[in-house]
Design a protein around this ligand. Sequence first.
Ligand code: ATP
Ligand code: MG
Length: 300
Amino acid sequence: MDYDSIVKLLRVKPEKKVDLDDFDPDWGGIDELADAPEEEELRDRARAFMEKNRADLAEAQELLWADDRRSVLVILQAMDAAGKDGTIKHVMSGVNPTGCGVVSFKAPSAEELDHTFLWRAMKALPERGKIVIFNRSYYEDVLVVRVHPELLQKAKLPEGKRGKGFWRERFEDINNLERHLVRNGTVVLKFFLNVSKAEQKKRFLERLSDPEKHWKFSHADLAERAHWDDYREAFEEMLEHTSTEHAPWFVIPADRKWVMRTLVAGVLTRTIRDLGLEYPRLSDEERARLDDARRTLAAE
Ligand code: ATP
Ligand code: MG
């Protein structure tokens, strides 16, 4: 299977009902790797594949930076322990730090709650030439807040019903914001890192038994795990209503970390390349000025 077909497979079609059962969290269907006989060989190939991936992304980012007209917003959402941090580390490891940034969204502060739910994200959007990754985002406001609607009481919203219509309006607000961004030159890519409940359990247990991973365990994560089915439903609704032509969601299998990281970096690289950017070309006048400068320096 070639990369373009893989990307197509992962992309959530707009306005289609989403059933996460249709997306395999443990998917290894990459041709270059599938026929590898031994675990060790598989790892070697994965490593080579990721190296190549990294180099491709670095090249794409440089072009984005040089062109300076487009920007890229990458949004990561997932259940706990799906591997957001590791994915960010991988994606960022090969790129020029000047041209990228990461912003994490935690429970909103008092100041943030005094604004609409999109405000804090607006302030953090990428400027032209840059890639910004959102580690969580305004999508939390249709995920954690939907699973725990009591959080809405802190948001100081006007009175009103908090039924399905309320969440539809949030989806609409999000879609409008993203359309605005896309119209003005930002590429918006959204990744749902799809980890299975069994794999999450395994990773939590690792965090509990390995002293070097203790710091990663949070009791709150276990409490959220108890709401697994509610989160799943919230994710499905989110994917259905906010995967659009202009700002698609990709459901990334997350049970194998290298598959996940490779796919995210791959989709990102492809998307930047498909923008058809070019290094800025000089006008005749500018080129003449460069010739002048060269002569001046040579004559020193
Ligand atoms: P890690 O995966 O490394 O634990 P994290 O992204 O989970 O990182 P935490 O500080 O553990 O970071 O968690 C951030 C918390 O903030 C999450 O539980 C998330 O649901 C919560 N949060 C983010 N945005 C909102 C929001 N708008 N309203 C309420 N809670 C939010
Ligand atoms: Mg956490």
